[in-house]
Design a protein around this ligand. Sequence first.
Ligand code: PLP
Length: 358
Amino acid sequence: MHRKLFIPGPTEVEKDVLEAQLKPMIGHRHKDFTALYASVLGQLKEFFNTSQHIVVIAASGSIAMDIAGRNLVRAGRKTLCCINGSFSDRMSKAIKGCGNEIDILEVEWGQAIKPEMIEEKLKENEYDLVTVCQNETSTGVKCDLKAIGEVINKYPNTLLSVDAVSSLGGDLIFPDEMKTDFVFASTQKAFAMPPGLAIVIYSDDVITRGNEVKSRGLYTDLVQIHNYFEKKQQTPSTPAISLLNALDYQLGKMLKEGAVNRYKRHLEMAEYTQKWALDNGFKLFAEDGYASVTVSTIENTLNKDIGELNKTLAERGMEIANGYGPLKGKTFRIGHMGDHTLDSIKELLDNITEIWNL
Ligand SMILES: Cc1ncc(COP(=O)(O)O)c(C=O)c1O
């Protein structure tokens, strides 16, 4: 039996989106591909109301962590990595792993990174790059991206990289308005697509910076990817054409709904889930006012067995997620992202209420 995915990615993919992958194959150097890619990028730019550049790469979102580490930091310059959970920690490891020196700004997991904390660090040190995770999928914490963007914008040599893997297309993220330089996401989360594509939205300053960096690698060379597109409107290596067909189709649906309505639907699902948790004696792991709209991380204050719950849920065709990494067992996570609706969330929570006798 299919288990409906209420995990924070991969999430449910509608049948018509899956079917959009079934179009016959085309050559990636043919004008048909140029037209497909132009349609995908045009729709993404419209959805995110941005004049920044966008590329879609055949990889999961983590590729963008290496791209940031290899293109956004000059030799001998430092990066400030903001950490408040497993994925922001992973980003710091990627930046360091690309041979860069990092400083860490870490807050207790469950807390949000605040703009004033970043500003304090920027006053003390010069940074080529600041990395933040807009939506920490491990802790269910979001940040105030607009306020962070405003602070970093005061420092013209400092770029802002944003991990929006589990929020882009669900939460409201507008790169121009929020003054971000590099935003990345994976398709298997709030885009409600199969995994396999990374979406990267980047500013002109990113390319200027990339040109000042020598070891950009090959697959991670954003300057080459950018220049190739400027010249030929295609990708330097073979793209995931079937996934791009599905993305093109799904973006049509997303534009029909609209970015703001899509956000409101996500907010409604998040608020319902979070109220359910509090009403039933649980606590939210996120600090007040910073709970994610795409994933709720709920403190397991009633000491429930999450593994057992998932076994029973599986018999009913549903699945939620245990806590991530060190938070396993101490928390559980409910993904309410992509094409889920308030009704599908209510159905899930009614089932959990019944199974746990809440
Ligand atoms: C916030 C965040 N960043 C990065 C990643 C890694 O993305 P991917 O698995 O698509 O490489 C994830 C995956 O869950 C995530 O939630």
